[in-house]
Design a protein around this ligand. Sequence first.
Ligand SMILES: Nc1ncnc2c1ncn2[C@@H]1O[C@H](COP(=O)(O)OP(=O)(O)OP(=O)(O)O)[C@@H](O)[C@H]1O
Length: 253
Amino acid sequence: MLLEVNGASRSFGGLKALSEVSLHIRKGELIGLIGPNGAGKTTLFNLLTGVYPPSTGRILLNGHSVGGMKPYRINRRGAARTFQNIRLFTAMTVLENVKIAFHQHAKHSMISSMLRLPKHFRGEEEITGKAMEMLRIFSLADQADERAGNLSYGNQRRLEIARALAAGPKLLLLDEPAAGMNPNETRDLMNLIAWIRREFSLSILLIEHDMSLVMGVCDRIYVLDRGMLIADGAPAEIRSNPKVIEAYLGQEA
Ligand SMILES: Nc1ncnc2c1ncn2[C@@H]1O[C@H](COP(=O)(O)OP(=O)(O)OP(=O)(O)O)[C@@H](O)[C@H]1O
């Protein structure tokens, strides 16, 4: 088991954004997290990545309790994420964006970089090589020297995933990675997500609004509504679950 959440709750003032949520993700699983607006999906990501501590409950990553840990420590324990609102260094190049992410996780000695010892330059070269490799995987190598802010929206989203992968995570949390993409970009992205799951032996938790999209790619799906987990199961079960249908109809009404 890679991730185990037991009875996690989170309140903001009087509002219960998450109520007694329990879920698990096994190694290598691609799991969807869906639910209407305000259901608590991003709040759950924020608990899993240390943005907020849970008000109650336990979060185990690889058997270690991480609930309430600082984000960088959870990241080092193997969980990386992307955000609903893209967070890139827009004035820097595409390559620099990925290199910074690798640097944050490289185990260079501070002394060798300060003194600019040969070891530092070898480390730098290695990081450039790894970053370029990552850009090739995401078909962004041709734009390595472009400013990140000049990329199309879809490519910025892909760059964000490339940056998250530089941390060498075991668990990748993707918060609506297809938001703002056109149908072709979305389909390509879903194929890419399925591919990186296999290639990097990752577990992935994917928030997505578009039900048909998660249905096509996920092994299992969890459904949140008003802070509560109302269903979980294989895509076919979720599609025909009356509680899920009602939650989504409620949103459209
Ligand atoms: N920092 C915060 N302070 C106060 N309320 C918050 C905070 N973060 C989230 N909430 C509230 O918690 C509830 C769940 O929000 P959350 O963003 O987790 O939902 P979501 O399922 O991700 O929604 P969406 O699909 O619209 O992004 C909402 O009512 C939201 O207003």
